[in-house]
Design a protein around this ligand. Structure first.
Ligand code: SF4
Ligand code: SF4
Length: 385
């Protein structure tokens, strides 16, 4: 849009604000550290305008099993206090399994400190205890024709999308977008989205050309392929980086790449996010990304590992595209911690550290979201001291 303002000012207008509280501190004083800065970040946010006198769903991922690198309850308590002071009636929500069994000695999210008595807000399974509380929206993308939006999200007036930012084997990373796409829908919709890639890895095996020399399996650095009990070639989509090495080294040209199906998965996630966001009035969703304990793998694995880069801080914005782009931009390969990956997992080429880990470009998700009008990739960092 052309205005009569100076060029520099026009450029600024076209950028979204991303608030940033850095983990760096300049003196030995609790007030100089991240929780205090997060408190100041929230004070400088007009939360009253967003949550005042409204029912607020605080969506987060509570992790599973013996994972210990999910969001620290202290930050959630600070956030809930601010929401309440601004007049919001807040509840916390996540997908059901986090509330039942963590799958390891009966550990649950409660064992990570996520309980009403600790956090100060009730906790509800996002689509009900039986995953049957949802609203159906029709979409038209490949085999994805419906998004079942979780009832507790759909019926809330405001959503605070509180995300632990980390790597992810299929989508390269998990942040604000994934917290909505996978966490604000039913298990059926999650399955439908996964079937966008698991309906086929995209690597096609021609049985008639294969002589079972096993080279493709022996030379896959990611242990992402195998021959099953019926001697048919299979790819483990979560681990496959689409390096195409198996395709290139096959002496009989028995393997080929049909399509980069994981791109469909990324697009499907953005479509689900879009449908969820449509249920909120403009200005009624706020995003907070926690860039601490940035593990290579998602919290849903029920395990933790050392952070791939040193802790960074907390970002907040009303623009989902800007906050995701800013979060990715802050994670740089120069700071990579080699102890953060399994010993046999090596880095490969890629423009982002998560691409070097998973072989999938994390910016793809952001670019699709920007193309579909969910937000702006250009941002200005406003640092909170
Ligand atoms: S490298 Fe090719 S021929 Fe050898 S087992 Fe794999 S697919 Fe079959
Ligand atoms: S594309 Fe690469 S990572 Fe995937 S199965 Fe083939 S060799 Fe392994």
């Amino acid at each position: 849009m052309k205005t009569d303002k100076p060029d520099d000012e026009n450029k600024t207008i076209n950028k979204s604000i991303v608030k940033f509280a850095s983990v760096e501190f300049d003196k030995i004083d609790p007030d100089a550290t991240l929780p205090a800065k997060f408190d100041r970040l929230l004070k400088t946010t007009d939360l009253k305008k967003v949550v005042g006198d409204k029912v607020v769903a605080l969506k987060m991922h509570m992790g599973r099993g013996i994972g210990y690198t999910t969001i620290h309850p202290l930050f959630i308590k600070i956030l809930i206090r601010h929401i309440k002071e601004a007049g919001g009636r807040v509840f916390i929500t996540d997908v059901g399994p986090s509330f039942s069994s963590g799958g390891f000695n009966d550990l649950t999210s409660r064992d990570r400190g996520y309980s009403e008595d600790v956090l100060g807000a009730p906790i509800y399974p996002v689509s009900g205890v039986f995953d049957k509380y949802y609203y159906s929206k029709k979409v038209d993308f490949k085999n994805l024709d419906e998004i079942q939006i979780a009832g507790h999200i759909h019926d809330a007036e405001v959503m605070i999308d509180l995300s632990h930012f980390k790597g992810h084997g299929i989508s390269s990373y998990g942040g604000a977008l994934k917290n909505i796409a996978m966490g604000c829908v039913t298990a059926k919709t999650r399955g439908d989205m996964h079937s966008l890639h698991s309906g086929g890895s995209g690597i096609v095996w021609d049985e008639n050309l294969c002589d079972h020399c096993n080279k493709c399996v022996d030379e896959c650095r990611y242990k992402a392929n195998f021959f099953n009990d019926e001697n048919k070639y299979e790819v483990i989509i979560h681990d496959c980086t689409y390096c195409q090495h198996c395709i290139e080294i096959c002496p009989n040209s028995a393997l080929s790449l049909e399509s980069r199906n994981y791109l469909d998965f990324q697009e499907g996630m953005v479509i689900a996010t879009e449908e969820v966001l449509k249920t909120f009035n403009p200005g009624n969703v706020y995003y907070i990304n926690i860039l601490l304990s940035i593990t290579f793998i998602c919290d849903c694995w029920g395990m933790s590992a050392s952070s791939v880069v040193p802790d960074i801080g907390i970002l907040a914005s009303d623009d989902i595209v800007a906050i995701e782009k800013a979060s990715l931009d802050l994670i740089t390969p120069e700071n990579f911690n080699p102890k953060s990956l399994p010993k046999d997992k090596a880095l490969r080429e890629g423009r982002h550290l998560f691409e070097q880990i998973w072989g999938k470009d994390p910016y793809t998700q952001v670019e699709i979201a920007a193309r579909r009008g969910l937000g702006k990739p250009d941002y200005i960092i406003e640092e909170i001291k």
